[in-house]
Structures are given as C-alpha cells and as structure tokens.
Design a protein around this ligand. Structure first.
Ligand SMILES: Cc1ncc(COP(=O)(O)O)c(C=O)c1O
Length: 409
C-alpha cells in the first residue's frame, strides 16, 4: 500500500493529467479513500466488539460524499447539530446509526426526532433537557456524563473540568440515578476530551461511567422495571497516529479498556472518533503564487491559509508536512514561512520551516489535512473553497467529490 506521501505525489500528477486540476485551480483538496478505509478497518479490529456502532464525528470532516462512503461501509455518524443530522440523512445514514449529541437542541428539533427520526441515538447534555422529551420517545435516550478527569487535552479541547458546559458532572451521582429511574434512559455517554495526552484518564472515566451504569441497572431491577442501561457511548478523543506494523495507540486503548472495563463487551458500544479517523487521510495542493525574501526568511504565498487550516493558524500547527514539488526539490534549503492568502497578520500555515527555496509557479503539497480543516472552512476574506477530489490509490482512481465553489458571493 502506498504511504500518504506516495499517494499524494502520484495523485497530483494524475489529477493534472486527467484534467481534474485545471486553469484557475490554484489549490485543490484531496481525500484518500484508501487510507480512510484502512483507519476505519483498524478501529473495527482494535475493538473487535460484537455489538458496536463506530459513529465517526461529522464535525471533523462533513463533506457529504465522504460521509456517504463511511455510511456505505457500515459505520455510523456522530452529529453535533441538527444540521449535521440532516447531512447524515443526506449521506444515506439511517437514524439508528446517527448519534445526536448537540449540546443545544431546540424543542422543535426534539419534535423532529420524535416525528421523523425514529431510532436516532439521542444524548441529552443536561438533566434539565430530559424534561423536554416526550414521555414515550421513539428513540433511545442517553445522558452525557462529565467524568471530571484531567486528560491532558489542550485547554480549548478539554471538556471534563468542574464548570464544563458538557454533560452532567459525575459528582451529581444521586441526581443522575434518580433521573435514570424517572426517565426512559437506556444509554450513558462520555467524551472526556479531544487530543487527550493521557488516555489512562479516559479509561478511568469510562470505568466510572460503567460503574454508574451497573449501579443504575441494579436500581432499575430493584424497582421492578425491565428497562436497563444497555448502551455505553465512549466518545472519541484519541490523537492522530500513523499506522505501522507495530501495535497502535488505538489498539493499546482498546486493550486497556478490555482490562479495566471488561463488562463493556456485554453492552452495546458506541464510539465517536473524529480526528484519529481522518487526520492522515487528507492532503492539499497549492500553487506558490509568489515568494519574497524578508531578511533571512523566504516567505512563500499560497492559496489556502487560516480559512482552511484554521486551528493551525489560530492555535498552533498540528503536524502538517509541506513538500515542494517538481524542480523546487533541487534548490538550496532556506528558512521559510508559508503565508496564507488572507488579509490578516496571523495567516501563516507554519513559520521557520527548512525548505528548498520556493519560487513563483512552484507547487506545494501539504500532507495531513484530513481532520478539522475543510470542516472548519472560514468565510474570512470570502475566498473560494477549492475542488475536493477523492483518491483510491489501490484502484488508481480519482473522482471529483465537489467543484471549486464560492458559497459566499
Ligand atoms: C461529543 C463528541 N464526540 C466526539 C468528538 C470527536 O473528538 P475527536 O475528534 O477528538 O475524536 C467530539 C469533538 O469535539 C465531541 O465533542
């Protein structure tokens, strides 16, 4: 199997040859079906769970054609808003494979679930939200629990602190148990944070939610009720990783869960991995419009910036790789800043890289743009969204998933 880099170098050449990159395509975005299938197959193998719904987080990569493919492979989708639920439906996802996690659902949206989305997996964010539900919901109801653990996630992605807006703090255990007895709750949900540096904390968090489920099931049985918590949704949160022949972090995570939470394999399991599933499945091409020397630094201007790699420009670079194409590779290595096209001072994809001296007319390949990039497209400066191409590097096939488009003008 080709590496992402090998695929990208082949795909850019082939896309040009086949006319997918034409006049005016100053930048193009690529999605690797081959890598994506590999990641999702790996996820399935790592958990090897008899009753699992791997619901990939839509917010990480919401392109409808990509969602359609994920659904076609049998996976589910995690929706953070009603709009994402509609996207999931448009991509052909049956309601029972959609996990609806919006933290701010309206009463009207709940009615829509009751009327048209029977079976959708509905997680409430607060106990108060339970009062908004119909008494006999046509969908399974879960409660999002805030496990109150420190996962080492960067502060913008950390959701499990005391005053988090996400979920019901596990410290309110009696209120949660009372709610489980009083409302038709059958699942518990926990997502401890994104880009977690310490997955042990996530395992501890899942253990505490599992204990809560077991205790709730004891109380339901004592109350003579047949209903049980039968589903645990463990969220996502793992850092991206390059898959090799060595055991992966995803496998280590699943194994740690098997050791610490063996009962999880007797519940229905839901996962919601976003960036782990997509990070190494995307790449982008841009023309270098021009390059100038500023002191000791070469500044190369390209056609995607903070509008595409918003997190990288505003928070910090997340590990994109920049590869000059063609003749550029033979030039001397110089200190380089990659400047985006937006009219704001922070619009750099990365600074102080050591790259062959870039010149006007060169091409630049950017690897690892698969997650939270196209998904976060910003209208700042209202620039055109490049065409998106899907690449199957086994079948040597490239198709256009969407044309170059500007929804803003
Ligand atoms: C509820 C929920 N599930 C899943 C995810 C996906 O997280 P990640 O991309 O870190 O796997 C998020 C991310 O914000 C989330 O809020």
């Amino acid at each position: 199997m080709k590496t992402l880099r090998e695929e990208a170098i082949w795909a850019i050449e082939a896309a040009r040859h086949e006319g997918w990159i034409g006049e005016g395509d100053t930048a193009v975005l690529f999605h690797s079906w081959t890598q994506q299938k590999r990641y999702l197959d790996h996820l399935t193998a790592a958990f090897s769970h008899p009753r699992v719904l791997h619901a990939v987080a839509i917010k990480t990569q919401p392109h409808v054609e990509i969602l359609r493919r994920v659904v076609g492979w049998g996976y589910g989708l995690e929706a953070a808003s009603m709009e994402e639920v509609h996207l999931a439906r448009k991509a052909g996802c049956p309601p029972e494979r959609i996990v609806f996690d919006s933290p701010v659902k309206t009463r009207r949206e709940i009615e829509q679930c009751q009327e048209d989305l029977h079976g959708i997996r509905f997680n409430v964010n607060t106990l108060e939200e339970l009062n908004r539900l119909p008494s006999k919901p046509h969908f399974p109801v879960g409660i999002r629990i805030n496990p109150m653990v420190e996962t080492g996630a960067p502060s913008v992605y950390h959701v499990s602190h005391d005053e988090s807006k996400f979920g019901v703090p596990i410290a309110q255990k009696s209120a949660i148990l009372e709610a489980i007895l009083a409302f038709p709750v059958t699942q518990l949900h926990v997502h401890s944070g994104s880009s977690m540096a310490r997955t042990e904390s996530a395992v501890t968090a899942i253990r505490s939610v599992l204990d809560l489920a077991e205790e709730a099931n004891g109380l339901l049985a004592n109350a003579g009720l047949e209903r049980r918590i039968d589903t645990l949704d463990i969220g996502g949160g793992l850092m991206p990783e390059i898959l090799t022949d060595s055991p992966s972090a995803m496998m280590a995570y699943a194994q740690a869960l098997r050791r610490t939470c063996p009962e999880l394999w007797s519940y229905q399991l839901i996962t919601e991995f976003g960036q782990w599933s997509y990070f190494y499945t995307g790449y982008a091409y841009s023309d270098v419009e021009y390059a100038v020397q500023r002191g000791a630094t070469r500044v190369a201007y390209v056609h995607v910036g903070a509008d595409f790699l918003l997190r990288d420009a505003y928070v910090k670079p997340r590990g994109m790789e920049f590869i000059p194409l063609g003749d550029a590779a033979d030039r001397p290595i110089v200190r380089t800043d990659i400047a985006g096209p937006l009219c704001f001072a922070g619009d750099y994809l990365q600074k102080a890289l050591l790259l062959p001296q870039l010149e006007e007319g060169d091409g630049l390949l950017m690897l690892n743009t698969g997650s939270n990039a196209y998904a976060l497209w910003s209208r700042h400066c209202s620039r055109t969204i490049p065409a998106v191409l899907g690449v199957d590097s086994e079948a040597l096939e490239i198709r256009r998933l969407s044309p170059r488009t500007n929804p803003f003008v």
